[in-house]
Structure formats: structure tokens, C-alpha cells
Design a protein around this ligand. Structure first.
Ligand SMILES: NC(=O)c1ccc[n+]([C@@H]2O[C@H](COP(=O)([O-])OP(=O)(O)OC[C@H]3O[C@@H](n4cnc5c(N)ncnc54)[C@H](OP(=O)(O)O)[C@@H]3O)[C@@H](O)[C@H]2O)c1
Length: 273
């Protein structure tokens, strides 16, 4: 008998997160456990009832903006094999970016940071710690003056940069991109890079992967208000397939460690000069 593996996905009651749970439930073994987490008990329960895979799927209420709740769940589990930080709040085109910034940053950035801080230390050797970011998360999506805030810095420095960016939005300061998804995604990728830089040697020795990923354009609640044409978009199930392939691969390419990965390839963090 093999040892039970535990996988956890945040923001998993719909969209890409739900597709991750379905794919993991299909591809893990019957003795494994997939935790489908989300902020609303009803939506979590409804989503769990829709998954019919091989592995056991359990719902857990987890609001990723509550860093104490994230830490408490990590402490309760004690050890995990696969963690996917995926939650994102909706952005509406009919409201200003500034008025939506706090909730968006709290979910996407503070949420990912809390998962990295609490679940990184309990990741089993050979485990996978993945943040769902986007190809918008490379440095060239920010003005070059801002790159030092995110490049080669610690997780604490990324967290400070996020709070400085939030303050700049509220003060109406210039210098940051107006579309909040750009700094948000860069900060997610930078947070992963910071954590990975600290643990790289041991993780590579253990076959552990810490990375961010881009699912591509996917037809979900988050993307729907922003595009008219979804003919090029993937379904959530198709979008997660290459990511779950990466997660379940027996052998890791060390070149992917700590990087932003899309369709099995590393997206360069900085433009080549
Ligand atoms: N869709 C795309 O084209 C696309 C492209 C690139 C990257 N991505 C990334 O993929 C990830 C998933 O996006 P998606 O398109 O699947 O979005 P989605 O369909 O809007 O799903 C977002 C999920 O996050 C949950 N959530 C919101 N606030 C939360 C909180 N405070 N705590 C815990 N969960 C919370 C939502 O729960 P509720 O149902 O309760 O609101 C929902 O389950 C995001 O990181 C997104 O940026 C998406």
C-alpha cells in the first residue's frame, strides 16, 4: 500500500480551481485526499458533490484573506504533498480599479503570500507548491523603475511592495500600471521566486517543486466580463491538464524550479537585453 497523499486547492468551488480538484481526484489514487477549499460553505459543499473521481474529495471552508485560518489549516494538516494557491476575487469593468483594489489584493496577493508562508514549511519532500499566476506576471508588465521592488528580493520585501502599491493606489499616485492585475500578478510571481530562492538547494535534492503557473486564457467568471470573444479560450479542464502533468511528473526539470511556467515552458522573468 502506498502512503496517502494530500492535495489542497484554494478558491476551488468554481473555475480553474474546481478543474484542478476534478483532475487531481481523477489522477490520484483511491487512498489519496483532495481538499476542495473556498470561502463559502454552501458553494464548497455544492462543488464537492459535483466531483466524482478516484481520490476522496473533502470540502473545507478557507477564506484566504484570513491568514490565521490559513495557518490553522496548515497546522491541522501537519504535512501536505500538493498545494495550489489559486483563489482570485472578481474584477468588474464597470467599477474603477482603485475601488476594487483592496479586495483584489487581499485575495490574490495576501492570499498567495499566506499560503506560501504557512504551507511552504509543511510541504513534504518531493511535494508541489504552486501559485496560479499568469503570463502578466513577468517584470516587463511594470515600469522598469519598479523592478527592484520585486526582483531578487525576500518574501517580506514583496509583501512590503504590495502594501506600498496599495497605498499608492489610494493616494492616487502615478507610476504604477492602472490595471491592478499587472502588479498583482508580478507580485505573486515575485513571492514564489523569493520563497524558492530560500529553499532551492534542498528542494532540488528532494525533487520538490515550488513554482508559479499560467493557465492561459480560460472561460471563467474572472475572465468573462473582460472579453467578448472566447473562441481562443481554453476550458478550465483543458487549462489545468499541462499543470497537473507538471505536478504529477516523476522527474522535474531543475530549470523550472521557482519559475513561471506556461504549457510546460518557462516564461522569462526579465526581458533579454
Ligand atoms: N480565467 C483566466 O483566463 C485566467 C488567466 C490567467 C490566470 N488566471 C488565474 O487563475 C486563477 C483562478 O481564476 P479563475 O479564472 O478560475 O477565477 P474564478 O472562476 O473567478 O474563481 C475564483 C475562485 O476564487 C475564490 N475566492 C474568491 N475570494 C476568495 C477568498 N477570499 N478565499 C478563498 N477563495 C476565494 C472564488 O470563490 P467564490 O465562488 O466564493 O467567489 C472562486 O472559487 C486566478 O489566480 C486567476 O488570476 C485566470
Amino acid at each position: 500500500m502506498t502512503e496517502q497523499r494530500i492535495a489542497l486547492v484554494t478558491g476551488a468551488n468554481q473555475g480553474i480551481g474546481f478543474a484542478f480538484v476534478e483532475a487531481l481526484a481523477d489522477r490520484l489514487n483511491a487512498e489519496d485526499l483532495v481538499l476542495l477549499t473556498g470561502r463559502d460553505p454552501q458553494r464548497v459543499g455544492d462543488a464537492v458533490r459535483q466531483v466524482h473521481g478516484v481520490a476522496r474529495v473533502e470540502g473545507r471552508v478557507l477564506d484566504v484573506t484570513d491568514s490565521e485560518a490559513v495557518a490553522a489549516l496548515a497546522a491541522e494538516l501537519g504535512a501536505v504533498d500538493i498545494v495550489i494557491s489559486n483563489a482570485v476575487g472578481p474584477l468588474h469593468p464597470d467599477r474603477t480599479q482603485a475601488e476594487q483594489a483592496d479586495v483584489f489584493i487581499d485575495v490574490a496577493n495576501l492570499g498567495a503570500q499566506a499560503v506560501l508562508r504557512s504551507f511552504g514549511p509543511i510541504l513534504k519532500p518531493g511535494g508541489r507548491l504552486i501559485v496560479v499566476a499568469s503570463s502578466l506576471g513577468t517584470l516587463d508588465h511594470l515600469p522598469e523603475e519598479l523592478w527592484p521592488r520585486f526582483d531578487g528580493v525576500t518574501l517580506g520585501e514583496v509583501e512590503q511592495a504590495v502594501e506600498d502599491w496599495r497605498a499608492a493606489i489610494h493616494a492616487g499616485e502615478q507610476g504604477w500600471p492602472e490595471w491592478i492585475n499587472f502588479p498583482s500578478k508580478v507580485a505573486q510571481v515575485a513571492a514564489v521566486r523569493a520563497v524558492a530562492a530560500d529553499r532551492r538547494t534542498q528542494d532540488l535534492a528532494d525533487g520538490t517543486l515550488v513554482a508559479s503557473v499560467c493557465p492561459g486564457l480560460v472561460d471563467t467568471r474572472a475572465s468573462r466580463p473582460w472579453f467578448d470573444d472566447f473562441s481562443e479560450a481554453k476550458s478550465p479542464a483543458d487549462a489545468v491538464t499541462p499543470i497537473v502533468d507538471l505536478i504529477l511528473a516523476d522527474h522535474l526539470d531543475p530549470a523550472m524550479y521557482g519559475e513561471l511556467i506556461r504549457d510546460g515552458k518557462v516564461l522569462p522573468w526579465k526581458p533579454s537585453r
